[in-house]
Ligand binder design. Structure first.
Ligand SMILES: C[S@@+](CC[C@H](N)C(=O)[O-])C[C@H]1O[C@@H](n2cnc3c(N)ncnc32)[C@H](O)[C@@H]1O
Length: 200
Protein backbone atom coordinates (compact mmCIF):
# COMPACT_ATOMS: atom_id res chain seq x y z
CA UNK A 1 0.00 0.00 0.00
CA UNK A 2 1.34 3.45 -0.91
CA UNK A 3 1.72 5.33 2.32
CA UNK A 4 0.19 8.76 2.02
CA UNK A 5 0.02 11.72 4.36
CA UNK A 6 -3.74 11.05 4.73
CA UNK A 7 -3.07 7.59 6.11
CA UNK A 8 -0.39 8.97 8.43
CA UNK A 9 -2.75 11.68 9.70
CA UNK A 10 -5.36 9.03 10.49
CA UNK A 11 -2.84 6.73 12.19
CA UNK A 12 -1.55 9.50 14.42
CA UNK A 13 -4.97 10.98 15.17
CA UNK A 14 -4.39 14.41 13.61
CA UNK A 15 -7.65 16.33 13.36
CA UNK A 16 -6.52 18.31 10.31
CA UNK A 17 -4.31 17.90 7.27
CA UNK A 18 -0.57 18.19 7.79
CA UNK A 19 1.08 21.11 5.99
CA UNK A 20 3.17 19.52 3.27
CA UNK A 21 5.60 21.24 0.90
CA UNK A 22 6.16 18.89 -2.01
CA UNK A 23 9.92 18.40 -2.50
CA UNK A 24 10.83 19.86 0.92
CA UNK A 25 8.73 17.96 3.46
CA UNK A 26 9.86 14.49 4.49
CA UNK A 27 7.97 11.82 2.51
CA UNK A 28 4.99 10.15 4.19
CA UNK A 29 6.74 6.78 4.37
CA UNK A 30 9.77 8.28 6.17
CA UNK A 31 7.41 10.00 8.62
CA UNK A 32 5.69 6.67 9.15
CA UNK A 33 9.02 4.97 9.93
CA UNK A 34 10.06 7.56 12.51
CA UNK A 35 6.62 7.79 14.10
CA UNK A 36 6.35 3.99 14.42
CA UNK A 37 9.75 4.05 16.13
CA UNK A 38 8.68 6.85 18.49
CA UNK A 39 5.43 5.21 19.49
CA UNK A 40 7.15 1.89 20.10
CA UNK A 41 10.36 3.03 21.81
CA UNK A 42 9.06 6.17 23.53
CA UNK A 43 12.28 8.20 23.35
CA UNK A 44 12.60 10.97 25.94
CA UNK A 45 14.90 13.36 24.09
CA UNK A 46 14.49 13.79 20.35
CA UNK A 47 16.69 16.08 18.27
CA UNK A 48 15.97 16.75 14.63
CA UNK A 49 18.01 18.62 12.04
CA UNK A 50 15.65 20.54 9.75
CA UNK A 51 12.15 21.50 10.87
CA UNK A 52 8.80 21.19 9.11
CA UNK A 53 6.22 18.42 8.76
CA UNK A 54 8.50 15.98 10.60
CA UNK A 55 8.47 18.32 13.62
CA UNK A 56 4.68 18.04 13.86
CA UNK A 57 4.81 14.27 13.50
CA UNK A 58 7.48 13.80 16.17
CA UNK A 59 5.70 16.22 18.52
CA UNK A 60 2.39 14.42 17.99
CA UNK A 61 4.13 11.16 18.97
CA UNK A 62 5.33 12.79 22.21
CA UNK A 63 1.77 13.95 22.83
CA UNK A 64 0.35 10.47 22.21
CA UNK A 65 3.09 8.93 24.38
CA UNK A 66 2.63 11.62 27.04
CA UNK A 67 6.40 11.36 27.13
CA UNK A 68 9.34 12.96 25.37
CA UNK A 69 10.32 16.30 23.91
CA UNK A 70 11.54 17.46 20.49
CA UNK A 71 14.38 19.93 19.93
CA UNK A 72 14.39 21.00 16.30
CA UNK A 73 17.47 22.68 14.83
CA UNK A 74 16.51 25.14 12.10
CA UNK A 75 18.72 27.66 10.32
CA UNK A 76 16.10 29.48 8.25
CA UNK A 77 14.27 32.21 10.15
CA UNK A 78 11.18 31.96 7.91
CA UNK A 79 10.94 28.22 8.65
CA UNK A 80 11.37 28.82 12.37
CA UNK A 81 8.32 31.11 12.44
CA UNK A 82 6.39 28.85 10.10
CA UNK A 83 6.95 25.66 12.10
CA UNK A 84 6.32 27.46 15.42
CA UNK A 85 2.99 28.67 14.02
CA UNK A 86 2.10 25.15 12.88
CA UNK A 87 2.97 23.74 16.31
CA UNK A 88 0.67 26.33 17.85
CA UNK A 89 -2.14 25.57 15.35
CA UNK A 90 -1.88 21.84 16.09
CA UNK A 91 -1.72 22.42 19.89
CA UNK A 92 1.73 20.83 19.96
CA UNK A 93 3.86 23.76 21.17
CA UNK A 94 4.38 22.15 24.62
CA UNK A 95 6.14 19.18 23.03
CA UNK A 96 8.76 20.96 20.97
CA UNK A 97 11.34 23.74 20.99
CA UNK A 98 12.40 25.07 17.61
CA UNK A 99 15.97 26.24 18.10
CA UNK A 100 17.43 28.98 15.96
CA UNK A 101 20.60 27.37 14.66
CA UNK A 102 22.19 29.52 11.95
CA UNK A 103 24.71 27.70 9.80
CA UNK A 104 28.30 28.36 10.81
CA UNK A 105 31.63 26.90 9.76
CA UNK A 106 32.52 23.56 11.29
CA UNK A 107 35.98 22.18 10.57
CA UNK A 108 36.14 18.38 10.68
CA UNK A 109 39.42 16.68 9.78
CA UNK A 110 40.55 19.79 7.89
CA UNK A 111 37.33 19.81 5.87
CA UNK A 112 35.02 22.83 6.13
CA UNK A 113 31.25 22.50 6.37
CA UNK A 114 28.35 24.86 7.01
CA UNK A 115 26.42 23.30 9.85
CA UNK A 116 24.10 24.30 12.70
CA UNK A 117 25.25 26.56 15.53
CA UNK A 118 24.31 24.66 18.69
CA UNK A 119 24.29 27.66 21.01
CA UNK A 120 20.57 27.26 21.80
CA UNK A 121 20.76 23.49 22.31
CA UNK A 122 20.65 22.63 26.03
CA UNK A 123 22.89 19.93 27.52
CA UNK A 124 21.02 16.79 26.51
CA UNK A 125 21.32 13.06 26.23
CA UNK A 126 19.76 12.35 22.85
CA UNK A 127 17.68 9.17 22.49
CA UNK A 128 16.55 9.76 18.91
CA UNK A 129 18.26 11.84 16.23
CA UNK A 130 16.42 12.55 12.96
CA UNK A 131 18.55 14.13 10.23
CA UNK A 132 16.70 15.92 7.42
CA UNK A 133 18.85 19.05 7.04
CA UNK A 134 20.71 21.15 6.16
CA UNK A 135 19.57 20.96 2.52
CA UNK A 136 21.84 19.16 0.07
CA UNK A 137 22.36 22.26 -2.12
CA UNK A 138 24.29 24.04 0.67
CA UNK A 139 27.42 21.95 0.06
CA UNK A 140 28.69 18.47 -0.75
CA UNK A 141 27.98 16.01 2.11
CA UNK A 142 25.79 18.61 3.82
CA UNK A 143 24.61 16.30 6.60
CA UNK A 144 27.99 14.73 7.39
CA UNK A 145 28.69 16.88 10.50
CA UNK A 146 25.60 15.58 12.35
CA UNK A 147 27.31 12.52 13.79
CA UNK A 148 30.79 13.95 14.50
CA UNK A 149 29.32 17.06 16.15
CA UNK A 150 26.47 15.44 18.10
CA UNK A 151 28.12 12.09 18.90
CA UNK A 152 29.12 13.12 22.40
CA UNK A 153 25.47 13.98 23.19
CA UNK A 154 24.03 10.68 21.97
CA UNK A 155 22.71 8.30 24.62
CA UNK A 156 24.19 4.82 24.70
CA UNK A 157 21.11 3.39 23.02
CA UNK A 158 20.46 6.30 20.69
CA UNK A 159 18.99 5.61 17.25
CA UNK A 160 19.71 7.86 14.28
CA UNK A 161 17.51 8.18 11.17
CA UNK A 162 18.97 9.78 8.04
CA UNK A 163 16.46 10.86 5.38
CA UNK A 164 17.12 11.09 1.62
CA UNK A 165 19.61 8.25 1.92
CA UNK A 166 19.15 7.05 -1.67
CA UNK A 167 21.28 10.03 -2.73
CA UNK A 168 24.95 9.40 -3.47
CA UNK A 169 25.96 12.08 -0.92
CA UNK A 170 24.09 10.34 1.90
CA UNK A 171 25.50 6.94 0.90
CA UNK A 172 29.02 8.38 1.14
CA UNK A 173 28.20 10.15 4.43
CA UNK A 174 27.21 6.84 6.00
CA UNK A 175 30.30 5.08 4.60
CA UNK A 176 32.43 7.74 6.28
CA UNK A 177 30.48 7.60 9.57
CA UNK A 178 30.90 3.84 9.78
CA UNK A 179 34.62 4.13 9.08
CA UNK A 180 35.15 6.84 11.70
CA UNK A 181 32.63 5.55 14.27
CA UNK A 182 32.82 1.75 14.06
CA UNK A 183 30.63 1.41 17.16
CA UNK A 184 27.62 2.19 14.90
CA UNK A 185 25.76 -0.25 12.70
CA UNK A 186 23.65 0.91 9.79
CA UNK A 187 20.60 -0.60 8.11
CA UNK A 188 19.23 0.74 4.85
CA UNK A 189 15.48 0.98 4.21
CA UNK A 190 14.58 1.15 0.54
CA UNK A 191 11.61 3.50 0.87
CA UNK A 192 10.67 6.40 -1.41
CA UNK A 193 13.82 8.49 -0.80
CA UNK A 194 15.89 5.96 1.12
CA UNK A 195 16.53 5.92 4.86
CA UNK A 196 19.49 4.83 6.97
CA UNK A 197 18.90 3.71 10.55
CA UNK A 198 21.99 3.75 12.74
CA UNK A 199 22.40 2.37 16.21
CA UNK A 200 25.29 1.47 18.47
C1 LIG B 1 14.40 18.78 3.78
S1 LIG B 1 13.97 20.25 4.57
C2 LIG B 1 13.42 19.69 6.14
C3 LIG B 1 12.05 19.20 6.06
C4 LIG B 1 11.41 18.81 7.37
N1 LIG B 1 12.14 17.80 8.08
C5 LIG B 1 10.02 18.35 7.01
O1 LIG B 1 9.70 17.17 7.17
O2 LIG B 1 9.27 19.21 6.54
C6 LIG B 1 15.57 20.87 5.06
C7 LIG B 1 15.62 22.37 5.25
O3 LIG B 1 15.29 23.00 4.03
C8 LIG B 1 14.81 24.30 4.30
N2 LIG B 1 13.56 24.47 3.55
C9 LIG B 1 12.33 24.00 3.86
N3 LIG B 1 11.43 24.34 2.92
C10 LIG B 1 12.12 25.05 2.00
C11 LIG B 1 11.75 25.71 0.79
N4 LIG B 1 10.48 25.67 0.35
N5 LIG B 1 12.71 26.34 0.11
C12 LIG B 1 13.99 26.38 0.54
N6 LIG B 1 14.41 25.78 1.69
C13 LIG B 1 13.47 25.13 2.40
C14 LIG B 1 14.62 24.41 5.81
O4 LIG B 1 15.68 25.17 6.35
C15 LIG B 1 14.66 22.98 6.25
O5 LIG B 1 15.16 22.84 7.54
Amino acid sequence: MLLTYKILEKRLGFDRALPVAEKWSAAADFLCIISDYCLQKRPQTIVECGSGTSTLVLSQCCKLNQHGHVYSLEHGEEFISQTRQHLHDFSLADYCDILHAPLKTAVLNDEKFRWYDLEELPALEIDLLVIDGPPGFIQKYSRYPALPVLNQLLAKNCTVFLDDAAREDEQEIVRRWLKNYPEFQAAYIDNERGCFVLSK
